[in-house]
Design a binder for this molecule. Structure first.
Ligand code: 5GP
Length: 178
């Protein structure tokens, strides 16, 4: 099963997916490639940080399950190892989510929303992005939300982190049992 976790920047997707794979041994998290610069607060293995040339070479070689351009940078999911029988978790934006849904209609898509725009902005600023980047991400979030809601199998509001994680683990268990 492919589980797609999507939602606007600053909603807490990264923290959520880390917790999901820690608590459920049958899940594994794909590590994306990006041409975005690493944030000072970010772990070295948050992404494979790369340049446009290497990214484009990998596109040409068919090495991505999906990829997109988001606010001026490339982001992509490397083609997963077919031998891994755990369920694959992708933390990606809505264009990538649409691509995955087209390819794999059975993929489970969970769209995560912030409790409010104000809280989302507070979380975005907390990551240390400069003002114009925060504003660009808020604008992008407005565009993404209706598409994400439409596409999603489940919409979850990340108000309390622990509740959100439990709710999502339950959604995954129910999908496996179905
Ligand atoms: P950020 O720069 O905040 O880490 O990520 C920006 C957006 O790109 C987020 O919505 C994140 O979920 C998304 N993203 C991260 N990796 C990928 C990927 O491999 N593919 C796609 N389509 N989106 C990604």
């Amino acid at each position: 099963m492919i589980i797609v976790v999507s939602g606007p920047g600053g909603v807490g997707k990264g923290t959520i997916v880390d917790a999901l794979v820690q608590r459920d041994d049958a899940l594994w998290l794909s590590r994306s490639w990006t041409t975005r610069e690493q944030r000072p607060s970010e772990a070295d293995d948050a992404y494979v940080f790369t340049d446009s040339e290497s990214f484009e070479q990998r596109i040409a070689a068919g090495g991505f399950l999906e990829w997109t351009e988001f606010l001026g940078n490339y982001y992509g999911t490397p083609t997963p190892d077919p031998g891994d029988d755990r369920d694959l978790v992708l933390e990606i934006e809505v264009d990538g989510a649409q691509q995955v849904k087209r390819m794999s209609p059975d993929a489970l898509l969970i769209f995560v929303l912030p409790p409010s725009r104000a809280e989302q902005e507070r979380r975005l600023r907390g990551r240390g992005d400069v003002d114009h980047k925060v504003l660009a991400r808020l604008k992008k979030a407005e565009e993404e939300e209706p598409i994400g809601r439409e596409l999603a199998d489940h919409v979850v509001v990340n108000d309390d982190l622990e509740t959100t994680i439990e709710e999502m683990l339950e959604i995954v268990r129910a999908a496996r049992a179905a």
